[in-house]
Design a protein around this ligand. Structure first.
Ligand SMILES: [Zn+2]
Length: 132
């Protein structure tokens, strides 16, 4: 097997992992949307009820806020997965977007949509922390 074939095989493997992860993420999003919709049907959907909820931050609101938080996180994951899939098609997958080095395979195993190597990721986080 040539080096190129080997590289393509590797990309295919990551593409499968990403597609599976995307499917699972989509299922979580669908499930949350379903719960939110049901909540709306139970009469919590109109805006007056909503503002009432806001006033007396009950446990219902906590639940709903938690769902919104998860939903946002999962939607963000989908975005990351989609952009990783795009990098697979562009054959730039596994290369750090900042320094151009290869991202180690054991890092991609944990975070298949990683776009930075560990060094650049840490520097990026340090920069963000300083800004706060
Ligand atoms: Zn890097």
């Amino acid at each position: 097997m040539s080096a190129q074939q080997l590289a393509e095989k590797r990309l295919e493997k990551y593409r499968d992992i990403l597609l599976k992860e995307k499917e699972e993420t989509q299922q979580i999003i669908n499930a949350i949307n379903e719960i939110q919709k049901r909540g709306a049907k139970n009469g919590n959907g109109d805006l007056s009820a909503y503002s009432q909820h806001q006033a007396d931050l009950g446990s219902d609101t906590d639940e709903s806020e938690r769902r919104v938080y998860i939903l946002e996180k999962e939607l963000n994951n989908i975005k990351m997965i989609n952009s990783a899939l795009k990098r697979i098609y562009d054959k730039t997958y596994g290369i750090c977007e900042i320094c151009g080095d290869y991202i180690p395979a054991n890092r991609l195993k944990i975070i298949p949509y990683a776009k930075y190597c560990i060094k650049c990721k840490e520097e990026d986080e340090q920069r963000k922390r300083k800004r706060i």
